[in-house]
Write a protein that binds this ligand. Sequence first.
Ligand SMILES: *Cc1c(COP(=O)(O)O)cnc(C)c1O
Length: 370
Amino acid sequence: MTKSTISRASNDFRSDTFTTPTPSMLEAMVNASFGDDVYQEDETTNEFHREIARLTGKEDALFMLSGTMGNQIGVRVHLTMPPHSVLCDYRGHVYAEEGSGLAILSQAMVTPVHPANGIYMTLEDVKKYVTLGDDIHTAPTKVISLELTIGGVLTPMEEIEKISKFAHENGIMVHCDGARLWNASAASGHSLADYCKHFDTVSMCVSKGLGAPIGGVLAGTKENINRARWLRKQQGGGIRQAGLLTAAALVAVREVWPTMKETHERTKKLERDLKEMGVVPQIPVDTNFYFIDAGRSKLDMDVLLEQCEKYNVRLQDERISMHHQISDEAVENLKAAIGEAVKLSKDLPADRVASKTAGYGSTAKMNEWS
Ligand SMILES: *Cc1c(COP(=O)(O)O)cnc(C)c1O
């Protein structure tokens, strides 16, 4: 527990969106400047934009009402005349969880890619599925979107570099869904700018692991951001006294982001403790997520969710999400609930556990991540 306050989020492992604004965020909101951001006259918001531009090494940045808005507008700025397509991981939020926004807002086809390694997309995957050339039967790939982290897993920097180089050599723009790029940077030690130099546009959330109540941000060239400001207005995202929100976002970057490393260490510790109980994850635990492999752990998920209620911790599926407001007590309770569920699952007929957990294996069911 890295913050002194006990939040209603302290036992909530459902997602890293279940956080509450910290007292210093609320204080910053009260003391924000209240200029009109549609006129670009809000000092707090302008400061936020400059800070994100500095951290990402991009020319400019723009506050967004959500990560979804940042992704949809971030991709849209690169797309002009259909037919065109966007290539991304089949689990990609931009494709799987944004209400078919790419089809509606960008009139784009999507090429959803199943990574051969089951974990993250590589240049080999991209080369296999990319659509190049001017064959009139096709929708050529105009944007490649990479999600960092994806399922909490890191993509190696060399792979990002290779994909970006290949894309640019072929006239394809590269967008980063960096909702959790903060986590990638904290875990890998690479700066945000190290990552961002491989991307044309980068969208990041401030209301996920950073814990601000509302928002995201898009970074790119001045030209991209001018275009994005236009599209944001069109979508009803031109906000007036935006300082209320960007003040909290600035505190999230300055005060919560530095605690993320500790959140990751606590997740790793949980992984070790669960291993001693015979419980294993589906995919590597690189950052703040642990996906329980219910099948291999011989754990019945229904039984586990019942035990979580009994032990006063909130979980909705096999994903355990850690964030800065999770208390040590809640982690102990979660482990106790899992321990109990392991025992109770042993008494169930083997075929019940197997049938209930079929499909929890690596790369299955992962499009439910958000
Ligand atoms: C949550 C999420 C988004 C969208 O963020 P919202 O603020 O919920 O709209 C985009 N990408 C990823 C990877 C996410 O997890």
